[in-house]
Ligand binder design. Structure first.
Ligand code: SF4
Length: 388
């Protein structure tokens, strides 16, 4: 274990699960597949002296392979998949008169908060699982089939910017969609950095490598999930296409970017006004929810159609598993790294990802199909802290 930087007497040790990954790698029976989250790539470099926001995606893939991992995947791929599922769910609710606003649910801290403190909002929650959980479900089904591997011989791990993700993998029985735990282990960015150092790997000298197929390639829309407003922007890029069958004239939506605690924007899709809002940091989320509840309880039109919520200020780039000393300056630099990565991506809309198209064609059918629902969607339950 590593002494927490925050405990003055060293009595509290940071949880360290790195041995579990090493044990899986050393087990010749297991095929180890590891995914990395969007926000990890703009922060892990800090542990090796690089500036916040430096993009090190290729070096992380490389480091994982040198640690002995069998397949390197990218959570960004499933971020694209989340957009297909959640975007379709949104368009269905919008056109068929479902409960609005639709609220994003890829942040497990927010899901836990909602189930404990505001279960009246459960009908508003997107049933789409987080990208990490979708990636885990596909790893043990679609990928396992393609490789001819029994799923119990696959060890699926995820590198996340987030400590809550360690809880999410066992949150509900839906997280066992493949018939067993879909993601076996979560390591934080800090844990991976520690593992790389302890293994004597010279991170900065590593060549840039590519992720493995067929669930590794991603678009710029998948990347920006790591920044506050990113899920919304990625969803908007695809929602326009899902509604109209045509591409939107612009790719970027500046109105949803930035660090304001609550941001809102109105845009028009096919002559229909679409109101969206973003909140990050739980105090801001509470204020936004109260606004939504007030309209609901007064029987008025919902103030928004689609809402993105992230528990951490700035989004996952500033998650609890990232390198320490996260000031707003660091947050802004990491966010700039996310947008730069998107900017340099050849494809920037989730629905244009050829591997996403392939997974629907060969395996899932259509977004929100029965198969998608059983593998990629979940349920929420009130979990009150006290019984009244
Ligand atoms: Fe985790 Fe924070 Fe991202 Fe939520 S916003 S998923 S708590 S890193």
């Amino acid at each position: 274990g590593q002494c927490s930087a925050h405990c003055p007497v060293g009595a509290i040790y940071e949880r360290d699960d790195t041995k579990e990954l090493l044990n899986a790698i050393l087990n010749p029976e297991l095929h180890v597949a590891v995914q990395i989250a969007p926000a990890v790539r703009v922060a892990i470099g800090e542990a090796f002296g690089l500036k916040p926001g430096t993009i090190t995606t290729g070096k992380i893939y490389s480091a994982l392979r040198r640690l002995g991992v069998n397949a390197v995947f990218d959570t960004n791929f499933s971020a694209d998949l989340t957009i297909m599922e959640e975007g379709t769910e949104f368009v269905q609710r919008l056109t068929e008169g479902g409960v609005l606003p639709l609220i994003t649910s890829c942040c497990p801290s927010w899901v836990d908060y909602m189930e404990k403190y505001c279960d009246d909002m459960i009908p508003n929650f997107s049933t789409a699982k987080s990208p990490m959980m979708m990636q885990g479900a596909l790893t043990k089904t679609y990928y396992a089939d393609k490789m001819g591997l029994p799923k119990d011989k696959i060890f699926s791990a995820a590198i996340m910017p987030c400590t809550s993700k360690k809880f999410e993998i066992v949150r509900d029985k839906d997280m066992y969609a493949s018939g067993q735990q879909d993601v076996d282990l979560v390591l934080t960015t800090r844990e991976l950095a520690r593992l790389i150092k302890q293994s004597g790997i010279d991170f900065l000298a590593l060549p840039d490598e590519e992720a493995d197929s067929p669930i590794g390639a991603y678009t710029g829309a998948g990347t920006i999930f790591g920044a506050t407003g990113g899920v919304m922007e990625a969803a908007l890029r695809t929602a326009h296409f899902l509604v109209t069958g045509k591409e939107y004239q612009a790719i970027t939506f500046d109105a949803v970017r930035g660090m304001e605690g609550i941001r809102s924007a109105t845009l028009s899709i096919d002559g229909k006004e679409l109101r969206v809002a973003i909140a990050h940091g739980i105090a801001n989320v509470r204020d936004l929810l109260n606004e939504i509840r007030k309209a609901r309880d007064e029987g008025k039109e919902p103030p928004y159609h689609f809402v993105e919520v992230m528990a951490c200020r700035g989004g996952c780039i500033a998650g609890g598993g990232q390198p320490y000393n996260t000031t707003d300056e660091v947050r802004n630099a990491r966010i700039a790294g996310m947008y730069a990565d998107d900017q340099q991506s050849e494809i920037r809309c989730s629905h244009q990802n050829p591997f996403i198209q392939e997974v629907y064609r060969d395996f899932l059918g259509t977004p929100c199909s029965e198969k998608s629902h059983s593998l990629l969607h979940t349920h929420y339950h009130p979990r009150p802290l006290y019984t009244k």
